[in-house]
Write a protein that binds this ligand. Sequence first.
Ligand SMILES: Nc1ncnc2c1ncn2[C@@H]1O[C@H](COP(=O)(O)OP(=O)(O)OP(=O)(O)O)[C@@H](O)[C@H]1O
Ligand SMILES: [Mg+2]
Length: 590
Amino acid sequence: MDKKKFNFKLFARLIKYVKPYKFNFIFVSLAAILISFFSIFNQYLLKIAVDDHITLKNFNGLITIIYIMIAVLLFQVLFQFLFVYFTNLLGQKVVFDIRTKLFSKIISFRMSYYNKSSIGRLVTRTVNDMETIASIFSQGLFMILADLILMFSVLTVMVILSIKLSLIIFLILPFIIIATRLFQMAMKVAFNNVRNEVANLNSFVQERLSGMKEIQIFNRQKIEYENFKKINERHKVAWLKTVWYNSIFFPIAEISTSITIGLIVWYAGFNNIGVKNSITLGTVFLFIQLSQMLFRPLRQIADKFNTLQMGMVAANRVFNILDTNEFVKDFHSNKSKTIIGKIVFEKATFSYIKNNNVLKNISIKIEPGEKVAIVGPTGSGKSTIIKLILRFYDLNNGKIIIDGTDIKKFSLKNLRSQVSLVSQDIFLFADSIYNNISLFNKSISRTEVENAAKEIGIFDFVKKLPGGFDYNVKERGVMLSEGQRQLISFLRAYVSNPKILILDEATSSIDSKTEQLIQYATNKIIADKTSIIIAHRLSTILNADKIIYLENGEIKEVGTHQELININRGYYKKLFEYQFKESENLKKVI
Ligand SMILES: Nc1ncnc2c1ncn2[C@@H]1O[C@H](COP(=O)(O)OP(=O)(O)OP(=O)(O)O)[C@@H](O)[C@H]1O
Ligand SMILES: [Mg+2]
């Protein structure tokens, strides 16, 4: 978005979000008008007090005027409070709605969207950019509106009261406007520098904290400390520049206000204050007050406009995401089919990146209840097959058919609720084990989870953790070892009671006790189900009804272990000999 020009279309789109809160909007606008009215009216009352009472030494009624002044002041303060409260309230309400809408969008994009988007940026959109949008309402739009109303009213009152004194103000006004403009321009550059330096500090600290292990192992503390000092110094210098401009500008602004007051007093004095038909003392007082009421908002309005502009830039970024429509095509259907478990791949071809096929024309047939192991070298496309069954991506060519129906004809919810996945890299939320298993599904009770844990043989392991099922595993499950995380994710899959179970075995080796637990749990959860296991463990492969050997996105061999091992110079045979012979021999020795 062009930073200079105001984008009215975008602004109109943003204002649409105010519609549900139009009474709030109207009230705030009204309050802005009333505040200007009260503040000018109060000054006007002061003029009357001076002209009609104090100068004439007529104290009758003076006390009434003072009471009225107090009442007006109280109203002014009350409306000021309401104005600040309701502008912020409106901002937060609008931002709440946009943020909710944005998040509901962000959690339903198709996988390819997340692959190409930076997570950090999406977080910034949902958190920081939203705050910037809120400031349009809390610090920008209505403040500008209030200032404009006030300045306009002040100018009108001035001209009505005394053209001559108004001319003095008009004489000074251009100087103040120019000085303010220069200040604003200098500040913009200075603040940009500060922001850059803050970003530098942020990324430096963040990177060093993530790489703390490397810093300490390689004894880099002193060097990093020196580097940090340099960046910190630059940050300080950048800040001091803004302080410098501020300390020049505000005295200048004060001087011009004082000069204006001096000129008003000087002119009025030479024109015989108080003499009939001339400028009254009260008018002079009033002009002094009004000139301050004019110059103060004038000094700040550009700042507020900047806030508005920055909010608009943020709104533009957020709307760009709201306009994105990268969804998996969902076949909306209320009919939920119960899956039996026959899976067929028909000449399936798929590529993540154009013209770079990861799966090439593959055909697979899996009968209900069958246990299929997929093996093959790294990068051969094994995990991709799983992602396709779950429709994280759609095929470029060919079909995937479950129980005779193309998976595109299932609703996503229907499909995914009956296919469960234990993936290669397990993700756990920073929450209790129980919540990580039920995933906040209220229909899954604690007893159910505990019984399920007993069934797959991991109850004792969970119970031994501090707090048992309430143990908080922290971000990504860092409080657990890799093997433990796998066991938890097995339980998660088991509890969801799927018709088809997919297991992408982790490649990392684990101790033999956990290995046994995992083996037992695996057997339990795949019993009576169609299961596809990307196998790295020998025992899984040997137990499979069928083994599919995948290489380079093509199926090279299909058969049982016995069949495949008998193929001379077969792919599977070679893999088996390389990978498993050794461990088999080892087992024999043990
Ligand atoms: N999100 C992605 N975007 C682009 N290419 C991808 C993506 N995910 C995987 N690939 C590519 O697709 C190919 C197959 O990846 P896949 O994850 O299916 O391999 P794999 O057989 O599961 O390997 P491993 O045994 O190491 O887990 C690889 O060449 C990989 O680089
Ligand atoms: Mg994989």
